[in-house]
Ligand binder design. Structure first.
Ligand code: ZN
Length: 161
């Protein structure tokens, strides 16, 4: 178990486009394990590799209430979106803040799992929001570029990604 340092807004690594993963080696498996540890330790519902300073297209998400249902996505691509949701969003790289963001209410994502098998993941509501938020990170996009109105202070960790 290793918790990595979460990069925060102002760190240029968060604005870079991550590279596609070509193969899953031990280094990548360790990265995935550490990303899960780091996400759970920070009580987040998602984390993207650039948030721990690694510019690879890997995200982890867990929106389950118990925090025991991790989803690992390598090279994720959004295939379909539907509808709209507007709500508060936060980010582990922007600590203590929340802002209102409109996202699709449904997304379907194609990706690879840690065995490099192609998988499809669908989600609505928080899961759809988390998928969009984390995939944005892989393209160097932070949610604070998409907020409607001002960022607000948050003292809860519920919405952080
Ligand atoms: Zn984030």
């Amino acid at each position: 178990m290793a918790i990595r340092n979460i990069r925060e807004v102002g760190d240029k690594v968060l604005l870079k486009v991550s590279k596609e993963v070509k193969e899953v080696d031990n280094k990548l498996l360790t990265l995935i394990e550490d990303m899960l540890d780091t996400m759970y330790d920070a009580a987040g519902v998602g984390l993207a590799a650039p948030q721990v300073g690694v510019l690879k297209r890997v995200i982890v998400i867990d929106v389950s209430p118990e925090g025991d249902d991790p989803i690992i996505l390598i090279n994720p691509v959004i295939l379909e979106t539907d509808g709209e949701q507007t709500g508060d969003e936060g980010c582990l790289s922007v600590p203590g803040k929340v802002g209102t963001v409109t996202r699709p209410n449904y997304v379907k994502v194609k990706a690879f799992n840690e065995k490099m098998e192609e998988i499809t993941v669908e989600g609505t509501e928080l899961k759809a929001r988390a998928l969009c938020h984390e995939i944005d990170h892989l393209n160097g996009v932070l949610y604070i570029e998409k907020t409607e109105g001002e960022l607000r202070n948050s003292y809860t960790t519920e919405e952080v990604q």
